[in-house]
Design a protein around this ligand. Structure first.
Ligand code: AMP
Length: 257
């Protein structure tokens, strides 16, 4: 039975704890927005295996939401999250507030000017600026040896890797494979907003991405069963899809065979 993770609600109290850790201890870090599922658990378990201390952050970052209702409706499942974190062997959970993380009220931002403007960045204007800014802040607070991110958010993972290189940040970014339901649907906190029928249909994103040769065929077939397409595009030997179903925005990417 794992011990209860310690919860730090303020950055100041976490700093006191972090400064007291022996320098040689390896700290692993998994940033999330909560509503944890087995996909998050796979990152947490890997961190627990590879480090002495694992820190999980739960913060629904408003600066990365271009859609206010998406932010407002983002699922919050604190009790379940705590239980899953404990089950995975997480040592520390930090739950900072907006005021703590953004003392500048977002006057200072990390902006990438190229890769962040395509795929998800095209319609979600400012999304990756919000992501990169909060990840930079969290990495500077936690000071981990390794930080774990999922390939499900492939564009985000790539941008974070490049940010860390560009700013000479002393952290290793570890990419973790996408965990899927038996149906092939990529696990996501947003899936909980789908109906039972929607959950079955949502698996077609993965199915069609693999099955059809061209992006046009994927798009046409998804539209036929009721999806609204944001994009279907092939880049760097991968196929990327973003589509709405029942008002929920779903993303996925697969290696292009
Ligand atoms: P989120 O809470 O959605 O911001 O995700 C936190 C981290 O978990 C990100 O690095 C995601 O890429 C990762 N993640 C989310 N879903 C999955 C999944 N199905 N498989 C693997 N990693 C995931």
């Amino acid at each position: 039975m794992n011990r209860d993770p310690s919860v730090f609600e303020t950055i100041q109290s976490f700093h006191v704890y972090r400064n007291g850790l022996p320098r040689e201890l390896k700290v692993g870090f998994v940033p999330t927005m909560g509503a944890l599922h087995p996909g998050h658990a796979s990152l947490l378990k890997r961190s627990v295996l590879e480090n002495d201390v694992t820190v999980l952050s739960i913060f629904i970052n408003p600066t990365q939401f271009n859609d206010k209702s998406d932010f407002a409706n983002y699922p919050k499942t604190w009790k379940k999250d705590f239980a899953l974190a404990k089950e995975c062997g997480v040592d520390i959970i930090i739950t900072p507030t907006f005021a703590q993380l953004y003392p500048d009220n977002y006057r200072y931002q990390i902006c990438e000017s190229d890769f962040s403007k395509i795929l998800c960045g095209k319609t979600r204007v400012g999304h990756f600026d919000g992501v990169l800014t909060v990840v930079m802040k969290l990495l500077n607070i936690v000071v981990p040896s390794k930080a774990y991110f999922g390939e499900k958010d492939f564009q985000q993972l790539q941008l974070i890797k490049e940010m860390v290189t560009s700013f000479f940040m002393p952290v290793q970014i570890i990419s973790c494979p996408t965990l899927r339901e038996h149906s092939g649907l990529a696990m996501s906190s947003r899936n909980s907003r789908l109906s039972a029928e929607g959950l079955v249909k949502a698996a077609l994103i993965y199915d069609y991405s693999n099955k059809f040769k061209t992006v046009e065929e994927v798009e046409k077939n998804l539209v036929e069963v009721g999806f609204t397409i944001d994009y279907v595009e092939d880049y760097f030997g991968r196929r990327f899809v973003a589509a709405f179903l029942e008002g929920v925005r779903l993303i996925d990417n697969v290696a292009n065979s």
